[in-house]
Design a protein around this ligand. Structure first.
Ligand SMILES: *[C@@H]1O[C@H](CO)[C@@H](O)[C@H](O)[C@H]1NC(C)=O
Ligand SMILES: *[C@@H]1O[C@H](CO)[C@@H](O)[C@H](O)[C@H]1NC(C)=O
Ligand SMILES: *[C@@H]1O[C@H](CO)[C@@H](O)[C@H](O)[C@H]1NC(C)=O
Ligand SMILES: *[C@@H]1O[C@H](CO)[C@@H](O)[C@H](O)[C@H]1NC(C)=O
Ligand SMILES: *[C@@H]1O[C@H](CO)[C@@H](O)[C@H](O)[C@H]1NC(C)=O
Ligand SMILES: *[C@@H]1O[C@H](CO)[C@@H](O)[C@H](O)[C@H]1NC(C)=O
Length: 458
């Protein structure tokens, strides 16, 4: 078993993690991306307006810093300059070039992100970077102008046959025909992404490198040495469960996260795809669960809902602005994702269920222990956080102070468990600290202003 694990890590473990010296990519990226709202209908004005809105809505102050251009920004017909070979921005969408957008975004203290593809064409049929990695990395770097960070989302469409993988691993259909011990870090998919990594490393600027490899070729095993984050599954769409074409609802994605959470740490992040908070037909509880779980998983927090109406959609703005959840996602000391400590739903640990994934999650931050209770059912249920079941906690002593991360209120001190009703498809988010005087000062300050409820249990 040990030798198998050793071989699986293989080459990837020899390389060091891709943590840039200036700290880029150490924490999950936060920002906005054009795809969910605009798809290909983008223009210079969209990004400059969004940058202003991130500032005006207070989202920049909360850490949302990337303004990311997704697919369809280049000239679909001309593709590349006949002399230099450089990608040509679409002159109607970006009449002053990408450089000017970068300048305006930077002048607001934000960072610009761009998109390309590790194939001949992007998913939308625009020029891809395969075979042009060095030139495109230099072009993106040049367009960034100053020393602000930048983000490259690198997609995985239109891979020519000569670059096909010898063995295939697609997470949604995990038929795995690779021989035991096969090192996925040697796959063609890994090679295609590593060429761009090497090209980015040679630039003067640090670029946050976001591998959009959809979990293929076990990207989580080599993503750590190749990029800052990597997509783990097909595209998300705003539904609770199920799938539509190649897009998936929230529960199948959380199910995969329950089995692969442990690949996330500082500089090394599973990406469970952009936020659909505020989109489609999600209920308020589903909007809440989506945000709480993506924060808990330390996935990138990339907003994809219209910002021009966000001030009017107060419940959605409040969710995206929840400082306690963001603080967990961006914790400076603890880099790991929250993990399931119990599956619930009458299932053994580490088993898969795309409708009812693991329901009981725990994570650690500088503020204490955080418990996330996910109700996957269509009706309200009572859920109980039993302290003796939660690895970092032990029952007894003077009990634990339980704090609600959604309302910011302390809920009381409890000795053995805390129970509450969780609405259909909602997620309770709790901070738990020792109630013996060693609680955080914040916890103690809140304590004095509250009527405490002690619950004795058998
Ligand atoms: C990432 O790679 C570094 C260096 O090899 C290693 O120390 C770290 O544990 C890896 N992180 C994860 C989450 O695998
Ligand atoms: C494209 O965007 C422009 C302005 O951003 C808008 O006026 C137009 O209605 C959009 N077109 C479509 C087809 O969505
Ligand atoms: C890196 O920066 C130096 C100094 O600013 C410059 O001379 C050099 O051309 C740059 N290299 C690249 C690849 O842009
Ligand atoms: C994650 O957990 C799996 C299953 O136990 C294990 O095989 C793998 O080595 C772990 N990976 C890391 C980076 O901890
Ligand atoms: C959750 O988000 C969806 C999509 O915008 C929205 O339709 C719904 O109203 C939201 N829930 C609430 C109560 O705000
Ligand atoms: C489930 O898998 C994790 C590794 O991902 C492991 O640490 C844990 O012990 C497993 N749980 C059980 C009950 O086997």
């Amino acid at each position: 078993m040990a030798s198998l694990a050793g071989r699986l890590l293989g080459l990837a473990s020899l390389a060091s993690a891709f943590v840039s010296r200036d700290g880029t990519g150490r924490l999950p990226a936060m920002g906005w991306n054009s795809w969910n709202e605009y798809e290909c209908n983008i223009s210079e004005g969209v990004f400059i307006t969004v940058a202003r809105q991130l500032v005006d809505l207070g989202l920049k102050d909360l850490g949302y810093e990337y303004v990311n251009i997704d697919d369809c920004w280049s000239d679909k017909e001309l593709r590349r300059d006949a002399t230099t070979g450089e990608l040509i921005p679409d002159a109607e969408k970006f009449p002053r070039g990408i450089v000017k957008v970068a300048e305006e975004v930077h002048s607001l203290g934000l960072k610009l992100g761009i998109y390309s593809d590790a194939g001949t064409d992007t998913c939308g049929g625009y020029a891809g970077s395969l075979g042009y990695e060095e030139l495109d990395a230099a072009t993106f770097s040049k367009w960034g102008i100053d020393s602000e960070g930048q983000d490259l989302k690198y997609d995985n469409c239109n891979v020519p046959p000569e670059w096909a993988d010898e063995y295939e691993y697609i997470p949604e259909e995990p038929a795995n025909n690779a021989p035991p011990g096969y090192d996925w870090g040697t796959s063609n998919t890994a090679k295609r992404y590593r060429v761009m990594h090497d090209a980015l490393q040679r630039q003067n600027r640090t670029i946050q490198y976001s591998l959009c490899a959809w979990g293929h070729a076990h990207v989580e095993r080599w993503g750590n040495s190749t990029g800052h984050s990597w997509r783990m599954w097909g595209d998300i769409f705003p539904a609770w469960k199920g799938k539509e074409k190649w897009s998936w609802g929230l529960m199948p994605i959380v199910n995969q996260a329950s089995l692969f959470w442990n690949y996330t740490d500082f500089g090394s992040h599973n990406d469970w795809d952009m936020l659909e908070v505020g989109n489609g037909d999600l209920t308020i509880e589903e909007n809440r669960s989506h945000f709480a779980l993506w924060c808990a998983l330390k996935s990138a927090l990339i907003v994809g809902t219209p910002l021009d109406t966000l001030a009017l959609r107060k419940p959605i703005l409040d969710i995206l602005s929840n400082k306690e959840l963001i603080d967990f996602n961006q914790d400076p000391v603890y880099g790991a994702s929250a993990m399931p400590y119990k599956w619930g739903n009458d299932r053994p640990a580490n088993t898969s269920d795309r409708d009812h994934p693991a329901a009981f999650w725990v994570g650690t931050s500088v503020k204490g222990i955080h418990v996330f209770l996910l109700n996957t059912h269509d009706t309200a249920v009572n859920m109980r956080a039993v302290f003796a079941e939660i690895p970092p906690l032990k029952s007894g002593g003077k009990g634990y102070l339980v704090h609600d991360m959604w309302t910011g209120e302390d809920l009381g001190i409890f000795r053995k468990y805390f129970e509450l009703e969780v609405k259909a498809h909602d997620t309770a988010a709790l901070t738990i600290t020792k109630a013996d005087g060693k609680a955080s000062s914040n916890g103690l300050r809140c304590l004095s202003s509250l009527t405490l409820s002690f619950r004795e249990t058998s």
